[in-house]
Design a protein around this ligand. Structure first.
Ligand SMILES: Cc1cc2nc3c(=O)[nH]c(=O)nc-3n(C[C@H](O)[C@H](O)[C@H](O)COP(=O)(O)OP(=O)(O)OC[C@H]3O[C@@H](n4cnc5c(N)ncnc54)[C@H](O)[C@@H]3O)c2cc1C
Length: 456
């Protein structure tokens, strides 16, 4: 509970309607898709100046502050583990500039990713990072988590599209990092340090993103295989051949059948593994790229290949991949989406390992992957209150992480550490590196008010 004068000061800063203390409001702002903890108060600032005033107060009074985007995070990153203030960024939602000439856009953090994409594409340019949650997550959340997505296999992740930021330090000082030039090597790269910092260093209040030319055309293939090995081997063969599809996604049989039952898409349910392969570029080149990809699939024993001829058909081929999580969340009390990521050549080994773990624990692991960049999504549907299930999930998760690290991979390719992966960090991060992280944290946030209880 925060003292009344503190609440009063917050109300004076943002107004009563943007300072929430009712139990039902606190409940709404307590969770992401992984876990929850109630804050003492929720504030919804509308300007960097308001953010600055709130942080000054919090720093003075040593009150924890947890920034919050749309709470689509999958690891408990925006959960206020130590209570205090949740700072929801949804009121800072203006697209301030779309500038095709300079190939950049300037946005506030609360803009939904898809809204930015629609706005820039209307101006003939392209912002590639496309987390599957793009219609509901915020660009500020994407920056704070360094979000990826299907198109990142060709175009790179959020970090690769950042030119500059405005951020407010816990002291209340407003800083500007980077800027508008495409090339900029002046000193330390604080822009990229803040990217992926999961709200532990500062509050991001403005973002300058780089835009690129919009690809003229795309071709989408949905390819069915009789074995998951054939599907995953095709992925590494395509990548090794130097073709760079704009998406290369893997789905296993559990996932295919679940989606077919729910959406009746005409998927080949006898398939044990399925790939979505999408290529893009100039209109003259896409058919040739699609043909080469198709040949790789056939050589690896693909038995059903659907090639979209129109934009509508392309979108239809994506439905299972994009909408499956709705079906998964219906299966049990919760769904855990892991995202261990391995080097490209290790994809077939990692896929086989996940299937082996599934057999060992006799628990269904739905498998999706942004396979082209080695980013696995083993998905577990379970009831956390069921002790036996929860224990299995813990063991499965640990074994998946251990396997990934043993193959030269990482704990998380895009979902972040949050609370979920904190217990496993020692598998990947040495004590020396962690000490360095702690010192970085201290220089931004000496009183440890920013999102405390997380990875530093
Ligand atoms: C169905 C589904 C599909 C998904 N698919 C993908 C995917 O393909 N790729 C992917 O990368 N992720 C994916 N995610 C995870 C999630 O959508 C991303 O991590 C996303 O970037 C989170 O954005 P958000 O606005 O919801 O942030 P939140 O979950 O609210 O917050 C995430 C973190 O960012 C911090 N934060 C938010 N805003 C700010 C700010 N302005 N300043 C400082 N810190 C801030 C928070 O403190 C927290 O630590 C998916 C999630 C779902 C539910």
């Amino acid at each position: 509970m925060l003292a009344k004068p503190i609440i009063q000061e917050l109300q004076n800063t943002v107004g009563k309607d943007r300072c929430l203390t009712a139990p039902e409001d606190l409940m709404v702002y307590s969770h992401d898709t992984y876990s929850g903890k109630k804050p003492d108060v929720v504030v919804l600032p509308a300007t960097a100046e308001e953010v600055s005033k709130i942080l000054k107060l919090a720093n003075r009074e040593r009150i924890p502050v947890t920034p919050r985007g749309s709470a689509t995070g999958l690891t408990g990153m925006c959960v206020p583990e130590h209570g205090g203030i949740v700072m929801a960024m949804s009121k800072m939602n203006k697209i301030l500039e779309v500038n095709p000439e300079d190939r950049l856009a300037v946005v506030e953090p609360g803009v939904l990713t898809n809204d930015l994409q629609v706005a820039v594409e209307a101006a003939g340019v392209f912002y590639p990072p496309d987390p599957a949650s793009q219609t509901i997550c915020q660009i500020g959340g994407n920056v704070a988590t360094n979000a990826g997505g299907p198109r990142c296999v060709k175009y790179g992740v959020t970090r690769d599209y950042l030119l500059g930021l405005e951020a407010v330090l816990p002291s209340g000082e407003v800083i500007k990092t980077g800027g508008r030039p495409i090339k900029n090597v002046t000193g330390y790269d604080v822009t990229r340090l803040l990217c992926g910092s999961e709200g532990t260093l500062a509050v991001i209040t403005k973002i300058i993103v780089k835009l690129i030319a919009k690809p003229e055309a795309r071709r989408t293939l949905l390819v069915a295989f009789r074995s998951i090995e054939d599907a995953s081997t095709t992925v590494s063969r395509i990548m090794a051949a130097g073709i760079v599809p704009r998406a290369l996604e893997l789905m296993d049989q559990h996932y295919i059948r679940l989606c077919e039952n729910m959406y009746h898409l005409g998927l080949a349910t006898e398939a044990v593994g399925m790939l979505i392969i999408e290529v893009d570029g100039f209109a003259e080149t896409v058919d040739r790229q699609a043909k080469i990809a198709k040949e790789f699939c056939e050589a690896q024993g693909a038995f059903d290949i659907k090639l979209a001829q129109t934009e509508e058909e392309s979108e239809r081929l994506w439905i299972a991949r994009k909408m499956g999580s709705v079906a998964l969340f219906r299966l049990s009390k919760t769904m855990l989406s892991e995202d261990a990521t391995v080097p490209i050549s290790k994809i077939p080994v990692m896929v086989a390992k996940i299937k082996e773990i599934e057999k060992k624990y006799k628990m269904t692991i739905f498998l999706l992957a942004h396979a082209g960049d080695g980013n696995m999504h083993p998905l577990l549907c379970y009831d956390p209150a069921n002790k036996e299930e929860a224990e299995k999930v813990e063991n499965i998760t640990r074994e998946i992480f251990e396997a990934s690290i043993a193959l030269g991979g990482t704990l998380t390719g895009e979902h972040g550490i949050g609370l979920a992966k904190k217990p496993f960090m020692h598998l990947e991060i040495s004590p020396g590196e962690l000490e360095l992280w702690k010192n970085i944290k201290k220089s931004f946030d000496p009183n440890s008010i920013m999102n405390p209880g997380k990875f530093v």
